[in-house]
Design a protein around this ligand. Sequence first.
Ligand code: PLP
Length: 416
Amino acid sequence: MTSPTAPPAPDPTTRLLHADRHFGVEQGGVHMAVHPSVQYGYERVEDLIGVFQGTLKNRFNYARQGTPTTAALEAKLTALEEGVGTVCFATGMAAVSAVFLTLLRAGDHLVASRHLFGNTHSVLGTLQGLGIQVGLVDASSAAAVADALTPATRMVFVETIANPGTQVPDLAGIGRLCAERGLVYVVDNTITSPALFRPKTVGASLSLNSLTKTIAGHGNALGGAATDTGLFDWSGFPNIFAGYRQGDAKQWGLVQLRKKGLRDLGGSLSSDHAHRIAVGAETLALRVAQSSATALSLARFLESHPAVARVHYPMLESHPQHALARAHFASGAWLLSFELQDPQACIPVINRLQIPIKATGMGDTRTLIIPVAPTIFWEAGLARRAEMGIAEGLIRVSVGLERESDLVADFAAALA
Ligand code: PLP
């Protein structure tokens, strides 16, 4: 959907805070109203036909393809990512799957980072079953990505900071490679969010966000989004269906994602969740700054502790891609993981913690902690975990907004 007329303020938060009242003021409301309607009716049937045929813009027909509330959120995400448009989905995984399933076809080849969120990795298995070949690489090296390309490669997929191992790809190097080879470059920006990084700056074609995480921020709404940065030339991409090769070519990818990915696959975001996500996003920059600062302090504390064998956090000098992280991100975000000297101590140490909640999920206001191998990567099995660099004793922490000293004291007590 097109962007709301936001005040011409340079700062994204300033623009975000005032976007709704400039989008469609209803009784002076400062939030876009929550539109529960599934159907959208018109006085003249010609208008309904116009909405279906796309000649009447920014109007609605059936909520599976969007509502005024989801459209307002899409416009805000487009502004945050400095893109040309966004399609929102019911979850981050709905966005990830829609991108793969609507933009790739049997016989295509996809190059993906070996270090990815487990469920995304699982989708890659589904793609292989559908005849899409997948090459997994160490994406911290653009040369490794280049070596994996074949004549059938259409897309490269990476996460800015990999969940849960925190590996960082050579984002700019891969961007240059994709531009040279005309490949769709998809960057999952979930862990960094647009508060710390805009994939457009490294030449990404699409930026994906699980809105469930730090953008919504309070663990009370599921959502996902794909934002087109406007950099990819869809007119040269063979997988755009003939019916969508009309008008501005910058919109072709998004049109296909909305029609095939949202309308047909049906993973649509509800207006209620879009509203909660939009309210959460208003404090995104503040929350990310605070939780990132706490995460760095906690990472430093853990690294100095004799019971801890390894800490994975991109802003630690010991992190293998520390230089890449420093070059790309404003700070290291709220995700860290660590391994104990004695992997057997993993469960009792977690149980001794009083503040972090033993739960999956990330990007919440509350700190969440989980042992990775027996939970979110259990289905992968031992061999796959080793291949993906997941140590059996790895513990993932999503740092929240608790006072840093309280959190560090709690970890100190649990490790003592
Ligand atoms: N991408 C990344 C990097 C994630 O960490 C996650 C979830 O943890 C997802 C996508 C999927 O998001 P959702 O839980 O909203 O489906």
